[in-house]
Design a protein around this ligand. Structure first.
Ligand SMILES: *Cc1c(COP(=O)(O)O)cnc(C)c1O
Length: 434
């Protein structure tokens, strides 16, 4: 049998394994619900990017881990060891990165509405680059940098107008977007002009991000071509040559067998060829290239384990397996109708002949994890249910709805395992109540 990712298999006992470890044993040791992360897989995914970047792009080019995908200190220690840069989108993320001892010069601060307090906090923390979204923010960054007598490095977020043909809710590169400055309307050129006139701003280049869960053949190539033309145009108009181009994140991962397998090494090589060719045609030097992978670094390094409760068979309708977690630890079905591959880890040797909906424990009928999941008809209370590819946008999107504590994050590392984030307690939940 083929499992959804290489790090998933089944052992001689007939139990599901993840990162080489028996999942039923792990569930017993740490309790459920629990997020598991395969440390080797995270490092492997980082190296796909860092090695390809070294091979394909000019010196100084860097893949940046988009921490919003899954953000906690140990993750940033791994990113530091793997020579990645990072994207941060809030002061909470900046605090996490900095307190993990990460080199802040390699941090890029995103967001479409940085407050004055955010800007001060980020400068205090020594964030290397601001990715400036709009003219008001540019003025605020200039004012704060001037007050400190320093120069702040920035990129400008540009909207290239590329539709990556992905889901509407995660599609940000089109002209009509709350993010960035569209080229098509002339607003991009306006903000470049404004940035170049600021005495305490060092404009290092441009950023774009076209969307998420991208599988499309040439999405990054098209975005790069539009952005390089923009760079050449800004050089003609203002005599300004951008030193770097950040192409954003977004390569897709495999949640179900219907999703393709992307070869990211080949993808990056192809993007690099297109960049070189376009730069040659435009007669501009190849800029330093940045990309911001989040999902493709951590998604397939994650798995969530739950314990099954009731198994409700409604004759003529659906069957439901309820689990001891739900939209509080994984809101992606509720938000995007996202699909997942799930297994009954306790019964891998039995035929999975009963389609079920996996439902959470929240008081909310939209609290579903996955639909149409085949499990053995003997599935019962106490079985361990594994949901695959949950390393991205699960823990980072978790909530305390219904005052449910967040699960711990357990790292699997060879034959070892350790807790990277502790299980939240009921006292943690009331700790801010007066
Ligand atoms: C969300 C986001 C990313 C990461 O996207 P993935 O799909 O997780 O790779 C990178 N850059 C920006 C600006 C983003 O908003």
């Amino acid at each position: 049998m083929n499992y959804i990712c290489e790090n998933i298999s089944i052992n001689e006992k007939g139990d599901l394994t993840f990162a080489g470890q028996d999942i039923c044993d792990v569930a017993e040791r740490y309790g459920t619900p629990v997020y598991l992360m395969d440390e080797d897989r995270i490092r492997h995914n980082c190296r796909v990017y860092t090695e390809s970047f070294r091979k394909c792009f000019p010196e100084g080019s860097l893949p940046l881990y988009a921490g919003k995908a899954n953000c906690f200190r140990q993750m940033y220690r791994i990113m530091q060891e793997e020579n990645m840069g990072v994207d941060v989108v809030s002061c909470g993320e900046i605090h996490t990165v900095k307190s993990a001892g990460f080199g802040m010069g390699r941090a890029f601060f995103h967001g479409n509405n940085k407050t004055d307090a955010d800007i001060r906090f980020a400068m205090d923390a020594g964030v290397g680059y601001f990715v400036v979204d709009n003219p008001e923010e540019l003025a605020a960054v200039e004012a704060e940098a001037a007050g400190r007598g320093m120069t702040q490095k920035i990129l400008l977020r540009i909207t290239p107008g590329i539709d990556p043909h992905t889901y509407e809710a995660v599609n940000t590169g089109k002209v009509d977007s709350k993010f960035g400055n569209p080229i098509a309307t002339g607003q991009a050129e306006e903000i470049v002009k404004m940035a170049l006139a600021q005495p305490h701003i060092a404009l290092e280049g441009f950023h774009c991000h076209v969307g998420s869960q991208v599988f499309g053949e040439d999405v990054f190539e098209r975005a790069a071509a539009v952005m390089l033309e923009f760079i050449a145009d800004m050089n003609k108009k203002f005599g300004y040559m951008a030193a770097c181009l950040n192409l954003g994140g977004g390569y897709g991962v495999r949640y179900t067998a219907d999703d393709p397998c992307l070869n990211i090494r080949e993808k990056i090589e192809h993007v690099a060829e297109c960049i070189k060719e376009t730069c040659a045609n435009l007669e501009i030097p190849v800029p330093q290239i940045f990309m911001e992978p989040g999902r493709s670094i951590v998604a397939d390094a994650g798995m969530t384990l739950y314990t099954a409760g009731s198994v409700k068979k409604i004759p003529g309708y659906k069957n439901y397996v309820s689990i001891d977690g739900g939209m509080t630890d994984n809101p992606r079905f509720a938000l995007y109708k996202s699909r997942y591959t799930c297994y009954n880890a306790s019964r891998m040797n039995e035929e999975a002949d009963m389609p079920v909906t996996i439902g959470g424990r929240c008081c909310e009928s939209g609290d579903i994890i996955a639909e149409n999941i085949p499990v053995p008809s003997s599935t019962c209370r106490g079985d361990i249910i594994a949901v695959c590819t949950t390393g991205a946008y699960n823990y980072s999107m978790a909530s305390n709805y219904n005052r449910i504590p967040r699960p711990p994050v357990v790292m699997l590392n060879g034959a070892e395992s350790y807790i990277a984030v502790k299980r939240e307690t009921f006292d943690d939940i009331t700790s801010l109540d007066v």
